[in-house]
Write a protein that binds this ligand. Structure first.
Ligand code: FAD
Length: 455
């Protein structure tokens, strides 16, 4: 009996529990539905759409090699999926779970409708190392602090990755009406030339992600403890977009790093440190699952009383925000990061923290303003990681940086870009600083004291 595999944030064939189970049950048709309209779903940003277009192209080729056709659709995903199951007379629909509230609502509606039609709906854990309801504190709640979360993760059993499936005899989706071409999803911008920079930097897909993981295991992991904070070096995995889109499964990366640590003592510290970083991804998603307000509200509600400024309310602030977006703040490290982001759709983690801190602390702009810009420009834009990290920098998050810790972008540049090569690569032309670092830091601390007086 025919099986439908519903792809979403898991654009890969290996280590894909839903796909493996579908193939074990019968011939498979794969489906991807671009849903930008179901209630509460945040539409994808520009860079993410570019990635998705190419990621789907690459997935389609990989599935073709397995004899699996990929059907594309656009619209409210639960009703489209139910209709497809009816049209194809499929016995079951298989998917890997999602963890955002709006997406879960779509999946629940699909499950109910499919079961109403007498079809099976089977969901699997494929995206996170643990389901958010599995890893809980002694009180039975989700973790709000990373270190105990990480310790609990370390003590838990994490399943090994699943092998790539063997495939099936080629199966045609020719009988399915209204199939869309990839171009019909309209994921590529009509004009913006900036995608040339994205294309020069990235090759979205499962095979390139695995290739990069091999490089990480061979060399990058070993130097990770010394290099991971250095934006001037190729010192981190740069696998965040592959993880975001699921070209690479977190289990595969976790397992590979664990084996490296066990087999190669020289790389042990680096592999373990990178695993810890990977655990942050799960932590952000668990936090979002247990606190669905994470993208919209301060997790620490005392920050509701902070006197944030908004570009809509003040011309001067609007111009500062624009200079920040363009990488013209006059602080080399921030400007290089913002231009790296614009050109390549990615920014080094250390620089993300420094750039975000300048916006939310020295300029006192609400973190949502920066979060939205990152959402639109990052190829790894991920609602849990982006909003949790912005709240971390702003001080309003669950396990956040203390407010008084304001990054000094000049000292950070000296420390982490000692030869200035990152800055000269991305921001060779120095601009006039838009704020006085000392004074704006004092103003930020003062605003924080004012907030406390209002509580
Ligand atoms: P590595 O150092 O090689 O780490 C391996 C993997 O661990 C990463 O690929 C990523 O999946 C995960 N990871 C590492 N650090 C973090 C972290 N702090 N939080 C969550 N996961 C982490 N990451 C995103 O994936 N999407 C986002 O939208 C995003 N927005 C961010 C916004 C701000 C303001 C900040 C400070 C950080 C943000 N991050 C985000 C986290 C982090 O900057 C990136 O994941 C990291 O830079 C990716 O580089 P890498 O793959 O080389 O990381």
């Amino acid at each position: 009996p025919l099986q439908l595999m519903w792809f979403r944030d898991d654009l890969r064939t290996a280590d894909n529990p839903a796909l493996s189970s579908a193939l074990a049950a019968g011939p498979v048709i794969a489906v991807f539905i671009l849903d930008q309209q179901s209630p509460g779903i945040r539409p994808l940003g520009g860079a993410a759409k570019w990635w998705l277009h190419h990621g789907l192209k690459s997935l389609r080729a990989a599935l073709e090699d397995l004899g699996i056709p990929l059907v594309l659709r656009k619209g409210p995903a639960d009703s489209i999926m139910t209709e497809l199951a009816r049209q194809t007379n499929a016995q079951a629909v298989h998917w890997n779970r999602r963890y955002g509230q709006p997406e879960r609502a779509v999946d629940t509606r699909a499950k109910t409708a499919l079961r109403g039609l007498g079809r099976e709906a089977r969901s699997y854990p494929g995206t996170l190392l643990h389901e958010p309801w599995e890893l809980l504190t002694k009180k039975g709640t989700g973790y709000k602090v990373f270190t105990p979360f990480y310790n609990a993760l370390g003590d838990s059993a994490i399943r090994p990755p699943l092998p790539a499936p063997l495939g099936q005899d080629t199966f045609s989706a020719a009988g399915i009406p209204n199939g869309l071409e990839l171009e019909d999803l309209e994921l590529l911008p009509a004009t913006a030339q900036w995608t040339a920079g994205l294309a020069a930097q990235w090759e979205p897909g499962e095979a390139p992600a695995r290739h990069r993981l091999e490089n990480v295991l061979e060399s990058i992991a070993q130097d990770y403890p010394e290099h991971h904070d250095r934006p001037d070096l190729d010192g981190t995995s740069a696998l965040s977009p592959a993880l975001r889109w699921g070209h690479l499964g977190a289990h595969e990366m976790w397992d590979a790093l664990g084996r490296l640590a066990a087999e190669n003592p020289k790389a042990g510290a680096g592999a373990t440190a990178m695993r810890r970083q990977l655990a942050w991804r799960d932590f952000c998603w668990h936090l979002y699952y247990h606190h669905p307000q994470l993208p919209d509200r301060n997790l620490r509600t005392d920050f509701d009383h902070f006197d944030w400024v908004w570009p809509e309310q003040d011309q001067q602030v609007a111009s500062y925000v624009q200079l920040w977006q363009k990488g013209r703040t006059g602080f080399g490290l921030v400007d290089a990061g913002m231009q790296q982001l614009w050109q390549t759709g990615w920014m080094h983690n250390r620089v993300r923290m420094v750039a975000a801190s300048l916006l939310v602390k020295n300029l006192q702009v609400h973190w949502k303003v920066g979060e939205r810009w990152f959402w639109d420009t990052l190829v790894d834009a991920d609602i849990a990681s982006n909003t949790a990290n912005w709240q971390w920098v702003a001080g309003s998050g669950a396990d956040a940086a203390p407010y008084f810790r304001v990054f000094n972008p000049e000292l950070q540049a000296k420390k982490f870009d000692p030869q200035g090569s990152y800055v000269s690569q991305f921001a060779p032309l120095a601009a006039q600083p838009i704020v006085d670092l000392k004074q704006s830091r004092l103003d930020a601390l003062d605003a924080y004291d004012q907030m406390k007086l209002r509580l």
